[in-house]
Design a protein around this ligand. Structure first.
Ligand code: ZN
Length: 183
């Protein structure tokens, strides 16, 4: 599908959305003919980019499909398995870091590995962490615990990571590589 947006810009630009849509943004005064010509000139680039996007989406889908979560039993099993990994990590790191998470809960989240609600000291973790190696799970857990001390990703936050999980950068790269979440 083609989506043309007219906006305050001085140039025409193209972007391929995750679903393969071609999104073109153009200056207000651009005519449809001009848009058509522009697309024609970039046809090859568009086809390549769409192909690459489709491949990336396939890889991503295949990655998450490794952990089926359609039934209640699958969900309960995944939750129990992840909890068995996460609990000891929390027990180890929370006192070390001087934090006390009030709630840990799990979600079948594919867009984020974890999140932290500092106001209620809640941490949520994606069940898909089960698809990562143990040290990458550990990294995510430490990352979310660190958010209880520093909510943003500023220098103070990474100082904490350096202190409590020095291999954080490596773990982040590895996690992105495995799940092909990088854009
Ligand atoms: Zn974060």
């Amino acid at each position: 599908m083609l989506v043309v947006t007219r906006r305050r810009t001085s140039r025409l630009s193209i972007r391929i959305a995750k679903n393969g849509d071609v999104r073109v943004s153009v200056p207000y005064r651009t005519t449809n003919d001009e848009v058509g010509e522009f697309l024609e000139r970039h046809r090859e680039w568009i086809e390549q980019a769409q192909k690459k996007t489709a491949e990336r989406q396939q890889t991503r889908k295949a990655f998450y499909a490794q952990l089926p979560l359609q039934t209640r039993a699958q969900w309960a099993d995944a939750r129990a398995r992840l909890d068995a990994i996460v609990r000891p990590l929390i027990d180890h790191y929370a006192p070390l870091m001087g934090v006390e998470p009030a709630t840990i809960y799990y979600r079948a989240n594919i867009s984020r590995w974890g999140c932290c609600y500092t106001d209620r000291r809640a941490i949520c973790l994606s069940l898909y962490l089960l698809l990562l190696p143990a040290w990458c799970i550990e990294h995510i857990v430490v990352h979310e615990l660190a958010h209880l001390l520093v909510p943003n990703h500023g220098a103070d936050f990474y100082a904490l990571m350096d202190r409590f999980f020095p291999r954080w950068k490596e773990a982040r790269t590895e996690t992105r590589r495995i799940s092909r979440m990088e854009e």
